[in-house]
Design a protein around this ligand. Structure first.
Ligand SMILES: [Zn+2]
Length: 140
């Protein structure tokens, strides 16, 4: 595996981790109320299958931030990013007969740079996690 393929593998591992954490979190509605977040979730362990829990957040902005990043939102983000990764895969471009090989690049973008800027941008929010390489960063 070369360094650029490592980015795709590494990014898929970050998405797997986001999915794992979101699936382990309480998956019901997350509601900003008063000075906290109320989690409404269903669990077979509770009487009637429903339960609530509360988390105190110190500001209204923090409440909304937490509520906006509920597990359903995270899982939707993960799925969308996986689909983008599926679209932006490496391909060998066909060359004309009797010409040198054209090389590889992104099947979606059609550029020879691989991984393409789209993949590098998808990875950027995960910069700093274990395994991140500065060479993957998108140039400004
Ligand atoms: Zn691309």
């Amino acid at each position: 595996m070369n360094g650029v393929d490592d980015l795709v593998t590494w990014l898929r591992a970050q998405l797997d981790e986001d999915e794992r954490v979101a699936r382990e979190a309480d998956s019901g509605r997350w509601l900003p109320e008063d000075k906290g977040i109320t989690f409404e979730y269903r669990a077979d362990d509770f009487h009637g299958g429903e339960a609530q829990a509360r988390l105190v957040a110190d500001t209204r902005a923090n409440q909304w931030h937490i509520a906006n990043w509920d597990p359903a939102r995270v899982l939707a983000e993960v799925e969308a990013k996986r689909r983008i990764l599926d679209l932006h895969h490496v391909t060998e471009f066909e060359s004309e007969p009797d010409h040198d090989p054209m090389g590889a690049g992104c099947a979606e973008c059609g550029h020879f740079d691989w991984p393409c800027e789209t993949i590098r941008l998808l990875a950027l929010p995960y910069a700093g996690r274990d395994g991140w390489r500065e060479e993957w960063r998108v140039s400004p």
